[in-house]
Design a binder for this molecule. Structure first.
Ligand code: NAD
Length: 369
């Protein structure tokens, strides 16, 4: 059995609390002989600043480079509000994304049947929802130059951001989307604004050409990004994989997130390019939520987003789809039995702690045999 190198970066606030539950699940998989892991631990965010005066140390960056996957908790909090800008907790995450070349952000939006009533939409609209948003993460308007605020001759100011994409950048993210669609329901919806943006025109041309050359077996549809936002709240089950640029992906993935109920439920993955020699990709898995200083240290955090992020690592980094199915199935079983942390419990209903939820999921894994 291959041994997978896993780097755990719990971070700040509720990060270490939810990561603690994942550690127990990782060790459960190891003990059952279902997978073998070599685990390293490091510091990131405020915790790294306190120890090293930087948001991630060079030593921990080396561990991240060497790992098959990084599991990241969350960073930030009021304690570090006044640290120098370049050392703020978020700088650790940005450095990891940049240095590992993590250009593809995957955000599944899965609505467990037991939580359909927790969504702000009608249960029939979201029950059984399983969509995946593939967002380009390292290009587009968040990074394009010029990016500035200038003062004009008449005294007004002008803010400029630049939306830039090359065919290479579009092809590599769309390739990830087509490959993933082949493992799911085989449909890709490409969202852009070719009606008003040149990058949208190039995006549509490039994805159409790539589809014709390499992915004819996958169904491809084009959708304007604004229409996609509307369709996501009208009838989200029409989608399988949605692929989009950095800006539209930021917005569409937050819309999709709310379909499922709580921030504490949402995992994500960020992947780099495939190494042609090994077929492996650099990868970082993290919950969508932040460090939640308001509930940190109280045992209230829902660990499911973090545990779901480990399930994604099993699927996308360790080629262990069956183990991922089993873990996601155990989460569904626990939710189906009515076990809830406070964020997903009905007002006034009994809620379990972070560690009780972790234990319940291990219990459900065992019950699945
Ligand atoms: P947040 O995601 O930390 O919290 C938003 C709300 O959701 C809070 O009420 C919190 O209690 C709740 N919540 C979040 N995760 C939860 C969980 N697992 N279980 C139960 N409830 C949960 O966002 P915020 O309050 O805007 O930011 C807090 C800090 O986190 C800030 O310093 C921010 O910069 C940082 N942050 C970090 C990341 C990251 O590490 N990737 C992402 C977002 C925010």
């Amino acid at each position: 059995m291959a041994t997978h190198k896993l780097l755990l970066l719990p971070g700040d606030g509720i990060g270490p609390e939810v990561m603690g539950q994942v550690e127990q699940i990782v060790s459960w998989f190891g003990k059952q002989g279902l997978a073998s892991f070599e685990i390293e631990k490091g510091l990131v965010g405020g915790a790294a600043y306190d120890a090293h005066k930087q948001a991630i140390s060079e030593g921990d960056m080396k561990l991240a480079e060497a790992a098959d996957a990084v599991l990241f908790g969350a960073v930030g909090g009021p304690k570090w509000a006044d640290v120098p800008y370049q050392h703020r907790p978020e700088a650790g995450l940005l450095r990891l994304r940049k240095d590992l070349g993590l250009f593809a952000n995957l955000r599944p939006a899965i609505c467990y049947p037991a939580l359909a009533s927790a969504s702000s939409l009608k249960p029939e609209v979201v029950e059984g929802l399983d969509i995946l948003i593939v967002r380009e993460l390292t290009g587009g308007v968040y990074f394009g130059e010029p990016k500035e605020i200038v003062t004009l001759e008449d005294g007004q100011k002008r803010g400029v951001d630049t939306q830039l994409y090359t065919t290479g950048e579009i092809e590599r993210i769309c390739r990830v989307a087509f490959e993933l669609a082949r493992t799911r329901r085989n449909k890709v919806s490409s969202a852009e604004k070719h009606n008003v943006m040149k990058t949208g025109v190039l995006w549509k041309q490039t994805v159409t050409a790539l589809h014709a050359a390499e992915y004819k077996d996958v169904e491809l549809e084009h959708v304007l990004a604004d229409n996609c936002a509307m369709q996501l709240v009208r009838w989200p089950k029409q989608y399988d994989v949605i692929v989009c640029d950095n800006l539209f992906g930021d917005i569409l993935s937050d819309v999709a997130a709310m379909l499922t109920g709580s921030l504490g439920m949402l995992p994500s993955a960020s992947l780099g390019a495939e190494d042609p020699a090994t077929g492996k990709r650099k990868a970082l898995y993290e919950p969508v939520h932040g460090s939640a200083p308001d509930i940190a240290g109280k045992g209230l955090a829902n660990p499911i987003a973090m545990i779901g992020s480990f399930a994604m690592a099993l699927r996308y980094s360790f080629n262990a789809g069956e183990a991922a199915d089993r873990l996601e199935g155990a989460i569904a079983d626990v939710l189906g039995s009515g076990t809830r942390t406070k964020d997903i419990a009905a007002p006034g209903a009994n809620a379990v702690s972070t560690s009780e939820m972790g234990q319940a999921i291990i219990g459900a894994l065992e019950a699945r045999g």
